[in-house]
Design a protein around this ligand. Structure first.
Ligand code: UPG
Length: 380
């Protein structure tokens, strides 16, 4: 089966990392078309997945865009849509992985008469998107042949926003658990490099963005023992540089310079996670899925997650992790403090979580599920 994947981003966020795993089995017969150049292209190339930058023009739609902005950007998109429609005639289907890819892919699908698949990585709620953006996304997605939602939560929000239920199937992100088995020597080396050998390291792995709630974790530190130290791994991806400044300011105001480290974007996530004592997920708006929660489990680390969206499909509180109320630094601090003192108890829980995650989120099983769904659309 020949697939034309589309993604708007030049940088690798969670949706892009997920796409790498989905595209890999098709690398001899697919093309990933990107709407921006950047390190995501390098990652695809490293995985021998064919990639082409389809435009270098910045597309001006934002999650909170108004109708006028939305329509203005649609005019801007016409040359790109024409180009994609032409390329699509060489492929069996178009697989749109992001919202702007959906806009382009839906129209290109109409022009090229190729079926459209939309991978929904977002919760289409007012918390995350403007009304007009939700309306555009739902209307275009309803024209797809198949929608793959990254969680039940994303599926439910889509239907509540007017999406057609019969089009949607849930497929969680898949992971190769072998990549998360890190040697004790490597872990020791990383803790040394970080200068945190004797600390209780709490890792937060995500782009720096207000809704990912890094500020909640920083605030919660006040409630935790002195040796608890945070590493913030990730960079601001989508024009949210102001938030980085705010986080640094918050750390300075709370005099936490010695207890919070900003590591920027890293590619050695399994190694860094394995060097942590605890992984914190602190999104203040419902998380559509939450790759970092599964990754933390695969590394055998206890995970605390914000109780909303996809996180509640992954974590069972007290069984394979901990759930806390989103946006409540006090409660988060109390649970962290318990993990610091009850290390033996949390270790057992983390071991259970690892076994469960290996079984539930195996990339090969999930890729087979997706392949079966795609086969129903294309007779090859
Ligand atoms: N990561 C890096 N380097 C960093 C920081 C993070 O590689 O420096 C990775 C991290 O390990 C994880 C990914 O980036 O694999 C981020 O994942 P996540 O926070 O889940 O993704 P989002 O970028 O928010 O993307 C969307 C949804 C999210 C869903 C994901 C895949 O918001 O809920 O899990 O798509 O469907």
């Amino acid at each position: 089966m020949k697939i034309l994947f589309l993604d708007q981003s030049g940088k690798p966020g969670g949706a892009e990392l997920c796409l790498i795993d989905i595209a890999k089995p098709y690398r001899d017969n697919c093309l990933v078309g990107l709407f921006a150049d950047g390190s995501f292209r390098n990652l695809l190339e490293q995985n021998q997945i064919p990639v082409q930058i389809l435009t270098n023009q910045e597309i001006q739609v934002r999650k909170e865009s108004s109708l006028t902005q939305g329509l203005a950007s649609l005019t801007q998109l016409i040359p790109l849509i024409t180009k994609v429609a032409k390329i699509a005639r060489e492929y069996d289907l178009i697989y749109a992985n992001t919202q702007k890819a959906l806009v382009v892919g839906a129209l290109a699908s109409f022009l090229s008469r190729r079926p459209l698949v939309y991978h929904l990585h977002d919760i289409l709620s007012a918390e995350h998107f403007s009304k007009i953006n939700r309306a555009i996304a739902v209307n275009l997605a309803n024209r797809a042949s198949l929608i793959i939602a990254n969680s039940q939560a994303s599926k439910t929000a889509f239907i509540e926003a007017g999406g057609k239920a019969n089009l949607v199937e849930v497929a969680y992100n898949g992971f190769d658990s072998k990549l998360y088995q890190i040697s004790e020597d490597k872990i020791k080396q990383i803790r040394q490099e970080l200068g945190l050998e004797d600390k209780f390291i709490i890792g937060h792995f995500s782009r720096l963005s207000p809704w990912k709630g890094q500020h909640i974790l920083i605030e919660s530190l006040a409630k935790t023992p002195e040796n608890a130290t945070v590493i913030l791994v990730g960079d601001a991806l989508f024009g949210e540089q102001d938030y980085i400044l705010k986080l640094h300011q918050q750390v300075a105001n709370l005099r936490l310079e010695n207890r919070v480290k900003f590591l920027g974007f890293r590619s050695d996530i399994p190694q860094l996670m394995s060097a942590c004592d605890l992984i914190a997920h602190t999104s203040i708006a419902a998380e559509p899925f939450g790759r970092v929660i599964v990754e933390g489990m695969l590394c055998g680390k206890p995970v605390i997650a914000a109780k909303a969206g996809g996180a509640t499909e992954i974590v069972e509180d007290g069984i394979n992790g901990f759930l806390v109320t989103p946006n409540q630094p006090q409660e988060l601090g109390e649970v962290i403090a318990r993990c610091v003192t009850e290390i033996d108890k949390t270790e057992i829980l983390a071991k259970n979580a690892k076994l469960g995650a290996i079984a539930r989120f195996d990339v090969e099983v999930i890729n087979r599920q997706i392949a079966e769904l795609l086969r129903r659309l294309v007779n090859v």
